[in-house]
Ligand binder design. Structure first.
Ligand SMILES: [Zn+2]
Length: 360
């Protein structure tokens, strides 16, 4: 049996490809790839990139593993539940290929540090199911000049898009100038997803990453790829630069994000928030509350009704709570825009806090 100390990776099957060879393999070994989100998309992407011998993998994820993740997040085992996904993912990919370096970054990326983080990598894979993270990554890609491979999934469908700086590639704000309202978006948690769907899209991200790093022909270019796995239908949509100055838009986007980040508060427990003088508002739907009730008294206003009841927040300090912090952040922004200055959003939402409470 080979001990890990003398483990020598064998890349012969891919090196046999004339476009890879010794030189391509050496290029992969020198590469640094950042994967944001170690979930359904990140799992296969990380496994293939580690297997291919990417020299350094950075893995960003602020979440802990939940049992509901296992049907699609193939990097993990039932025994991993409750642990940090960034650290677990780094450990699992190092076990897959002990000759590479993998580092877990256990946090959510913020506007303050993202550009300098991107600058230390050759390529970034955006693997979250969070629209706001995608805009943040697009802005950081424009400002750092680094390529980003985006993918997203919705139920049985997926999208793939590559941003390559300096080649007149449209940024995300060229394609969709208006950041969508997170309250209106589906996430895997709310809309459901068939496990292999992110598996297919995450695998495509790994293919695009290897193509970019090895400078292979036949790229996706500026096309947006839409994949419907129910009908097994694939379409490419040609996208175009909007004509705006992507740099100016990205700077504006990051500045707005920095301001919003001050909207968010994090606490070790809900009791700590109460002690700090906050009143709690639960913005989740009835079924979400039934399956994971808060452990502190809270006013219940479903996120769709929060703006109609803005006057409830005229006095006092309010902490809005939802499952993952997206709906509460959006509601806090909207309420602030209506002049209600003492409304905050619980960063990461109740699910993060709940995991932090039960984690060993
Ligand atoms: Zn643009």
């Amino acid at each position: 049996m080979t001990t890990l100390r003398d483990y020598v990776p064998d890349y012969s099957r891919q090196m046999r490809l004339s476009a890879v060879g010794t030189e391509g393999q050496a290029r992969l070994a020198r590469s640094r790839v950042l994967v944001i989100g170690a979930g359904g998309l990140g799992s296969p992407a990380l496994q293939y990139l580690a297997g291919a011998g990417i020299g350094h993998l950075g893995i960003v994820d602020g979440d802990t593993l939940d049992a509901s993740n296992l049907h699609r997040q193939t990097l993990y085992n039932a025994a991993d539940i409750g642990q940090s996904k960034a650290q677990l993912a780094a450990r699992h990919v190092r076990a897959l290929n002990p000759s590479i370096d993998a580092v877990g970054i256990e946090r959510v990326l913020d506007a303050e540090s993202i550009v300098s983080l991107f600058a230390t990598y050759d390529l970034i894979l955006e693997c979250t199911d969070d629209m706001r993270s995608r805009y943040l990554c697009s802005d950081a890609a424009v400002l750092s000049g680094k390529p980003v491979i985006f993918a997203s999934v919705y139920q049985y469908e997926g999208q793939l898009h590559v941003y390559r700086p300096g080649r007149d590639t449209p940024c995300l704000r060229c394609l969709w100038p208006q950041e969508p309202d997170p309250a209106q978006l589906g996430s895997c948690e709310l809309s459901g997803v068939l496990g292999p769907v992110p598996g297919v899209l995450g695998t495509l991200q790994a293919v695009e990453a290897l193509k970019l790093l090895l400078d292979l022909p036949g790229r996706l270019g500026n096309d947006l790829m839409l994949l419907d796995l129910l009908d097994v239908d694939m379409r490419r949509i040609r996208t175009r630069h909007s004509g705006h100055d992507c740099r100016t838009e990205a700077e504006r986007g990051l500045a707005a994000r920095r301001e919003n980040e001050q909207l968010e508060r994090s606490f070790p427990t809900l009791q700590a928030a109460l002690l700090a003088g906050f009143q709690l508002v639960d913005l989740r739907e009835r079924d979400e509350i039934e399956s994971a009730p808060l452990d502190a008294p809270a006013l219940w206003i479903p996120s769709g009704e929060v703006l109609d009841r803005a006057t409830s927040f005229a006095h006092g300090r309010w902490l809005l709570v939802c499952a993952r912090g997206a709906r509460s952040r959006y509601a806090a922004e909207q309420l602030r825009a209506r002049g209600l200055g003492s409304v905050y959003s619980l960063q990461g939402g109740w699910s993060t806090m709940q995991h932090a409470t039960i984690a060993p």
